[in-house]
Design a protein around this ligand. Structure first.
Ligand code: KIV
Ligand code: NA
Length: 265
């Protein structure tokens, strides 16, 4: 099968075929996501937290994103490569936003970009798609607004939220976005949004009605080990396995067991 395309992803909704998305930030992870036949690999600005140890996504720069997008590009063939536009790369003005998005495609090899926001960024999305750049929106919990929102928590519980979020999703669709991430909103609201637009919704902490799902690499693989967020399912305990392998290695070096004759040249 050939490369997954944006029109193909859009068409999945009408065909009732779920879209599978996962984050990845480097070459070996991209290779594995590709082998597992994931549809979309997102180089999220969550890289700041998962890979770089920042407390939130705000410090992530376009240069950091490019570094990781380029590495993921080298590991992908069929899956679509989607890149987050980091905080500060599209908020100052349309010209800067265009330049940032173009760099993610031109230098990073991304096939599409993702921006946080609803109706407020519709104009910008129109410009980007007009330039041939596919855009995915992102509403609900938008981590680049963590200080405004007061934390990484469930969104959309205020009485006026359903109306506002449906309007945001419609504005994104009208502006030409090819999909929208719904993050950390009640399942019934996500279902309502999904039913009100004809572009796919990709949920994370947004229930089963979304047209696709996305999980963060480190969350679904339990790296580092620990209790997951409620919306996460841990499909393996890779963090534990890595720690235990490293302990075995350390112990064998200390006891003089490794290297043995077998590993000696
Ligand atoms: O940065 C990220 O990983 C994301 C997903 C959670 C959607 O934006
Ligand atoms: Na993100």
């Amino acid at each position: 099968r050939g490369r997954i395309t944006v029109p193909e992803l859009r068409a999945r909704k009408a065909q009732n075929e779920k879209i599978v998305m996962v984050t990845a930030y480097d070459y070996p992870s991209a290779l594995l996501a590709e082998r597992a036949e994931v549809d979309v690999v997102l180089v999220g600005d969550s890289v700041g937290m998962t890979m770089l140890g920042f407390a939130d996504v705000l410090p992530v720069t376009l240069e950091m994103m490019l570094h990781h997008v380029q590495a993921v590009r080298r590991g992908l063939h069929r899956a679509l490569l989607l890149a987050d536009m980091p905080f500060g790369s599209y908020q100052i003005g349309e010209e800067e936003a265009m330049r940032s998005a173009i760099r993610l495609l031109k230098e990073g090899g991304a096939q599409a970009v993702k921006l946080e926001g609803g109706a407020l960024i519709a104009g910008l999305i129109k410009k980007l798609t007009g330039a041939g750049i596919p855009v995915m929106g992102h509403i609900g919990l938008t981590p680049q607004s963590v200080h405004l929102l007061g934390g990484h928590r469930l969104q959309g519980r205020e009485p006026e939220a359903p109306e506002r979020m449906v309007a945001d999703a419609k504005a994104l669709e009208e502006a030409g976005a090819f999909g929208v991430v719904l993050e950390m909103i009640p399942a019934d609201l996500a279902a309502k949004i999904t039913a009100s637009i004809s572009i796919p919704t990709i949920g994370i902490g947004a229930g089963p009605a979304c047209d696709g799902q996305v999980l963060v690499w480190h969350d679904l693989l339990a790296i580092p080990p620990g209790r997951p967020f409620r919306h996460v399912k841990q499909y393996a305990n890779i963090g534990e396995q890595i720690e235990s392998a490293l302990r075995s290695y350390a112990e064998e070096v200390r006891r003089g067991v490794f290297p043995s004759k077998e590993q000696s040249l």
